[in-house]
Ligand binder design. Structure first.
Ligand code: HEC
Length: 176
């Protein structure tokens, strides 16, 4: 009995230490093994992105989609420091969800299904033809991801309109 209560106390204590120290539980769900046919960029290149930090939220009115923009540590630090050019190793991820009226409060919208996960990855040598960025898109339909079959040149062309911001539309969104 004494042993059990000592063990219990240890569990409670270590849990308190964990939460008290503001430690996140990380989401290590594996991403599917999918590769873009024209660039060879794969979903695995951003495995663990669920644990990246959110840097901005966007809403595409025409697609009725809420989007979270997340950054890996290299990109996060550069965005916060307002770097003019993002360093190699930067990964910026966009998750897009469809939206639904919230059942408990219909004038509120809530995120529903993930429709896409897209990313930009910086490697100035490998992607020198596209301002140093590699582009990949994975679309989710009926619960399954697929590599988008289109031409990433279209990504580059549209993102060229924000060349002065290193091809990023995202601005670091203040939280305080
Ligand atoms: C017609 C224009 C257009 C095309 C084509 C386009 N994007 Fe974007 N992209 C945007 C806009 C506008 C935003 C900011 C709003 C948002 O989050 O949707 C954005 C945001 C992003 C972001 C977040 C970083 C940033 O620049 O703000 C990523 C990652 C991204 N796009 C990836 C892609 C990929 C990959 C493709 C091609 C498969 C692509 N985009 C094609 C317009 C475009």
């Amino acid at each position: 009995m004494k042993k059990i209560s000592i063990a219990l106390a240890a569990v409670v204590l270590s849990t308190a230490t964990l939460f008290g120290a503001d430690v996140y539980l990380s989401d290590n769900a594996k991403v599917p093994n999918l590769t873009m046919k024209n660039t060879g960029l794969s979903f695995k290149d951003i495995e663990g992105y669920q644990n990246y930090k959110i840097v901005a939220t966007h809403f595409r009115k025409d697609k009725n989609e809420i989007r979270y923009i997340l950054a890996n540590p290299v990109a996060y630090n550069a965005l916060r420091a307002k770097a003019k050019v993002m360093p190699n190793g930067s990964k910026v991820v966009k998750i897009g969800w469809s939206v639904n009226d919230m059942a408990s409060f219909p004038s509120a919208l809530e995120a529903d299904k993930i429709q896409r996960v897209e990313y930009m990855i910086k490697d100035a040598t490998k992607h020198k033809e596209s301002d140093g960025w590699g582009y990949a898109r994975f679309v989710k339909k009926n619960g399954k991801y697929k590599a988008w079959g289109g031409d990433p040149k279209s990504c580059v062309a549209c993102h060229a309109s924000v060349k002065s911001n290193d091809a990023l539309f995202t601005k670091f969104q203040k939280m305080f």
